[in-house]
Ligand binder design. Structure first.
Ligand code: G6P
Length: 474
């Protein structure tokens, strides 16, 4: 196969841009706010990099184009493929299965067929874009078959894979009818990265048990002599970028305005999440509602602002969740609210980074209570914005971030009483106590940013593998 020109290729389900329509009707592309693109943009620019991904619309072909020094290569999906590969297999099979089956995963053979077909399309596209010996970095659960498909087409490439979500315990993973195919798909990579060391261990154990390859610690030995390394690389955020934004006069003024419009209560609690059943929205709102109805917190003193960003809206479980949260918010406000005093302000919308930074600055208590989460970057963004060393973070122990943010008020989101007492402790903490906790968390977040994460992964991926063979082959 003829090779392309890019020395560095990122493959992700989505391109790092959003399409916007200018006032004159022109179509423009705007870099999406995610941290991944912030970290990879410089690497892409200096390496003639290309990014392969879906542009977000069904049944539409878009030609490759350049944007901010990056070459973007759109992959088309038909309407059926959006339903079967994206909404179906990715988000109604893998997503719930990998998040501790907090919603029941659905297994459908047609969805699997579409997943295989679309993964092959991404791999074929990458094979034509990558230069001889290029470094290719495949992202996330939507594309787990790409590493092996791509290696078969282009054995000259250095291939890395990073899973942004949890990798499940072996007992859950075994439910998947296509478990062996997924493991074999991932083994096409030279380096498979996970958020947590436990996830890497789950993967290595499954490869040993299900595929029968020899393993030693984090190294997998394939029969053809190739090795695959499975290791944790906890992802982070553009921490300095968030702090800088939070320090701007516009954000500071907006934070004051937000407090004012909420009636300047003593305490503002805040949740910001994609509207997803893994995020523990129901549990946290119930806990807050009970604190008010029991009188532990007075309705005049506290407001809970919950921003839920619309997400995967055609997937059944997401529709059910949306109705569920609408009802719950209505019930809490109806039961414990007063005229002019709504205990929960609920916003089903997405906001630009600047508005998020203002919300973080305005919030006394940030509440992040997922039932399972690969990392949770909202928790880290809150910490990065609190350069005043104030504010308190209530954080689920089931978020990857909990192993780094040890000074958060950690909770088990299934334990409503436990969560109530931690929320109360955070509400009533002294500035001194908050300062102590926030300083420790800031040290962690500011020192371990997304740039370091990307550098660590790429350094390992491009290093001479002999170095890792210090462990003798079993
Ligand atoms: C999670 C996943 C990403 C995904 C994002 C938004 O963070 O790990 O791969 O892009 O959610 O979800 P969406 O389905 O809109 O791409």
């Amino acid at each position: 196969m003829a090779t392309g020109t890019a020395d560095f290729v990122v493959i992700a389900n989505r391109l790092p841009v959003d399409r916007v329509t200018a006032p004159n009707g022109d179509t423009l592309w705007r870099t999406s706010p995610g941290g991944l693109v912030t970290a990879l943009e410089p690497v892409m620019k200096s390496n003639g990099g290309a990014w392969i991904g879906w542009h977000g619309a069904a049944d539409e072909k878009v030609k490759p184009f350049d944007h901010n020094g990056m070459h973007l290569v759109p992959v088309p999906l038909s309407n059926d493929e959006v339903e079967e590969y994206y909404e179906g297999f990715s988000n109604a099979t893998l997503w719930p299965l990998y998040h501790d089956v907090v919603a029941p995963p659905e297994f459908h053979r047609e969805w699997w067929d579409a997943y295989v077909r679309v993964n092959r399309r991404f791999a074929e596209k990458a094979a034509t874009v990558a230069n001889e010996g290029a470094v290719v970095w495949v992202q996330d659960y939507q594309l787990q078959l790409v590493p092996t498909m791509l290696r078969e087409l282009r054995p000259d490439l250095r291939i890395g894979f990073f899973l942004h979500i949890p990798f499940p315990p072996t007992e859950l993973f075994q439910q998947l009818p296509w478990r062996r195919e997924i493991l074999e798909g991932l083994l096409g990579a030279d380096l498979v990265g996970f958020q947590m060391p436990g996830a890497a261990q789950n993967f290595v154990r499954l490869v040993r048990q299900r595929v029968g390859h020899k393993t030693h610690r984090d190294m997998i030995y394939l029969p053809d002599g190739r090795t695959v390394l499975a290791k944790a690389y906890p992802i982070s955020i553009d921490a300095a970028g968030f702090e800088e934004l939070a320090r701007t006069p516009e954000v500071i003024a907006r934070a004051a305005e937000i407090r004012e419009s909420l009636g300047n209560p003593r305490t503002i609690l805040l949740g910001i999440d994609r509207l997803d059943y893994t995020k523990g929205l129901r549990q946290r709102l119930r806990a807050f509602g009970e604190l008010i109805s029991e009188g532990s917190v007075h309705v005049d003193d506290a407001v809970f602002v919950q921003v839920a960003t619309p997400s995967r809206e055609r997937v059944q479980q997401y529709k059910l969740l949306r109705d569920d949260i609408n009802r719950l918010v209505g019930r809490i406000n109806g039961d414990v609210g007063r005229i002019g005093q709504q205990p929960v302000t609920y916003l089903h919308a997405s906001y630009p980074r600047q508005e998020m930074a203002a919300l973080y600055r305005a919030a006394d208590v940030m509440v992040v209570t997922p039932l399972r989460d690969g990392m949770n970057l909202v928790a880290k963004e809150y910490v990065a914005c609190r350069y005043d060393d104030q504010g308190a973070l209530v954080l689920s122990e089931f978020a990857g971030a909990a192993s780094e943010l040890k000074s958060a008020y950690q909770v088990n989101p299934h334990d409503i009483n436990g969560m109530k007492s931690m929320m109360l402790a955070a509400i009533n903490a002294s500035p001194r106590e908050n300062g102590r906790r926030m300083k420790a968390m800031r040290k962690q977040v500011m020192e371990n940013d997304i740039e370091l994460w990307a550098n660590n992964f790429l350094e390992e991926l491009t290093s001479d593998r002999e170095l890792h063979e210090k462990n003798p082959r079993p």
